[in-house]
Design a protein around this ligand. Sequence first.
Ligand code: ARG
Length: 475
Amino acid sequence: MSDERDMTGSGQGGTNAMWGGRFAAGPSAIMREINASIPFDKALWRQDIAASKAHVAMLGAQGIVAPEDAQAISAGLDTVAAEYERDGVPEDWDREDIHMTTEARLAELIGPVAGRLHTARSRNDQVATDFRLWVRDAAQQLDEGLAALQRALVRRAGEHADSIMPGFTHLQTAQPVTLGHHLMAYYEMFRRDRARLADAQARMNECPLGSAALAGTGFPIDREATARALGFDRPTANSLDAVSDRDFALDFLWCCSATALHLSRLAEELILWASQPFGFIRLPDSLSTGSSIMPQKKNPDAAELVRGHSGRVIGSLTSLMITMKGLPLAYSKDMQDDKPPVFEAASLMALSVAAMTGMIADATFNTGRMRAAAELGYATATDLADWLVRQAGIPFREAHHIIGAAVKLAESRGVALDQLPPEDLKAIDARIDESVYAALSVDASVAARASFGGTAPDRVREAVAAARAVLGMEE
Ligand code: ARG
C-alpha cells in the first residue's frame, strides 16, 4: 500500500507559501499510513468482537440501548466475526484500526443502529480491554508451552539420574555431576518462570471496559457485568489509569524475557555439547540442518535461533518500556505502538519453547563421552580433600593445599588422580592411605553429594518424583 503514498505534492490546496505547495497532498497520505494500526492490530479481532458483545449485552440489560437493538448489534457482530474467520480482516487504512474496521463493517451490515454500540465507551478503553484479553491468552499459551518443556526435561532427567558428566564453573571442569541434575536445574528455572507468569496473569485480570475515554461515563453502565462476561476478576479501579496502563503488557514481556534468557542459556549448552570437541549430545535431525558446502556438518540451527531470538524478545521489553516512559495521563497515540513488540515476543516465544521441547525430548545423550570427560580434568580433587578432612581430621584449607600438590604431580605425568600410585600420594602427605581410592571415582563423588538439592542420583530421583507430581505426570 505504500505506493499510495503521495510525496509529490501536486499542489492541491496548499496555502502556506513556504511548504504548503509541497505538502498539501503529502501529509494526508502520510497521516493515513502512520495512523493506521490495522496492519497489526487486526490480530485482536476475536478479542474486539468478544468485548463488543459483552458491552452491548450490558447496554441492553441496563436499558441504555433498546433490547432489540442490542440483539441486532450482537447478531451483526457474529456475522462480522464469521467473515473475518473466513476471509481475514480487510486492511483499509481509512478505517485505521480493528475497532473502526469492525464498527464500519457492522454498519454496512445492519445500518445506523450499529452506531449505538459505541455508547458509553471509547476506543481507549476498548483497546485496553482487547489487548489485555489478548495478552491473557498469550500468557496462558506460554505457560502451557513451558509445562510441556518441563515435562520433557523431567522425563530425560529421570532417564539420566545416574549418568555422570563433568560439572563446570568458569566452563572449567569442576566436579562430577549427573546429567539428570543438570537437566533439573532448567526445570527449576522454568518453574520460576511459570510462577512469574501466574503472578502477572493474576494482576492483569482486571477489566478496563467502561473507563471510556479517560474519565468514566455518565451512562448507568454495569462494569461488574462486563468484567464477569469477559472472565476478568473485577473492573479496574481508576479510569485514567485503566486507559493508559500497559503494565500488563510489560509484565508479560518481562516474563518472556526472563524465560528467553533461560532458554538461551540452555540453547548455548546444547550448542556446546553438540560440538565435536564436546560430543556430549546428538541433536535430532528434525531440528538440525546441513551445510551446503561441508557435507560432514550438522548444524544446531534451532538451538542457535533460540539463543538468537532471546535478543529480540528482550528487545521487545526495552522497546515498550521506552515507548511508555514519560507519557502523561491518560491515553496518547504512542501507545498504539504497544502491540508489535508484544505480538513479536509472543510468537518468538511460542516457537522457541516448542523447538527447545523437541530438542530436549529427542536429543541423544552420549553418556560414555560425558563420563569420560568427567574422569578427566581432576574433577574429584575436592573429594580427595574432603576425604582428608573426614579421615585424617585435617582442616579443609590445609587439605586443599595438599591436594593441590597431588594434582600438580598427576598433571606433570599426564595421569588421572586415581592413577597416582599410593607411595606418591603418601609422599605428599603421610596421612593418606589406600582407602582414598574409593573416594576418587566419579561414581563415589556424585553419590557422596547427597545434601538436599545435591547431585547424588538418589536426590535427583527424589527431585524428579516431586516434579512429576507437580506436573501431574503419571509414573
Ligand atoms: N488504534 C488505537 C490504539 O491501538 C486505538 C485507540 C485510539 N484512541 C484514540 N484516542 N485515538 O491505540
